[in-house]
Design a protein around this ligand. Structure first.
Ligand SMILES: [Zn+2]
Ligand SMILES: [Zn+2]
Length: 231
């Protein structure tokens, strides 16, 4: 079956994400847009995923747990998971390597953690848009080791994109899937996402994957199959 997706959406937990990008607002906007599956991918954290996944479950939208990891070279890598527990383990691991800089909400924006009723249940104190200690050489194997799929994010973008930072795509880094809005010329399967920081930027029903079922398991299996086949 054809499933329209957007696997890269930021919530109010990302300092640069709009405060209106709450779990319920994101899920509702995705449904209005006609999407079947989304992934919530905040910078260096997945702490709003449980709420978004619960809201998705209630409303018939598949929400994959994810994060947008910043490597030590400032390259953004989208890390997609099927199960939140696996993402949580990655987060615990990478947080130990991240620079600890207290967030200044008045400059960078709030970092709200919410429950499934969009109630604020916490605020992340350390700035999330910092480099981790994970290098681009080790990130793919690390994410795979935790059960995830590592995807170099927006590789067509000059800032924080793998090609922009390294100057060329290195096939030896172990990635099997890339994210780009253009035909990047990289000979790997590609997904195209919105990288929405505001509700209205969430993708229209334009890009789809073929999956066996409309479930986290079905979507993840389809992504794994894309990686395996290389197309
Ligand atoms: Zn990014
Ligand atoms: Zn992003």
């Amino acid at each position: 079956m054809k499933l329209f997706y957007d696997f890269h959406i930021h919530s109010c937990l990302s300092p640069c994400g709009d405060n209106d990008s709450t779990p319920n607002n994101i899920v509702n906007m995705a449904l209005i847009k006609g999407l079947h599956v989304i992934a919530l991918a905040d910078h260096n954290t997945g702490k709003n995923c449980p709420a978004a996944m619960a809201v998705g479950k209630k409303n018939g939208l598949v929400v994959l747990p994810a994060m947008e990891l910043t490597t030590s070279e400032d390259i953004h890598v989208l890390c997609l998971f099927e199960k939140y527990e696996d993402l949580e383990k990655l987060e615990t691991y990478i947080q130990k390597t991240c620079l600890r800089i207290p967030n200044k909400p008045e400059i960078f924006g709030h970092q709200f953690i919410m429950d499934e009723n969009d109630e604020i249940v916490g605020e992340e104190e350390n700035l999330l848009i910092v480099s981790s200690g994970i290098s681009v050489e080790e990130v793919a194997a690390l994410v795979k080791g935790f059960g995830g799929i590592p995807v170099p994010a927006h590789i067509d973008k000059q800032s924080n994109g793998l090609v922009g930072v390294l100057g060329a795509f290195d096939y030896g880094l172990g990635f099997e899937l890339i994210e780009s809005t253009l035909d990047s010329g990289v000979k790997l399967p590609q997904i195209t996402n919105s990288d929405a920081h505001y509700l209205w930027d969430i993708a229209e029903a334009e890009h789809f994957i073929e999956a066996e079922s409309c479930s986290a398991h079905g979507v993840f299996a389809a992504l794994r199959e894309m990686c395996r086949k290389g197309e």
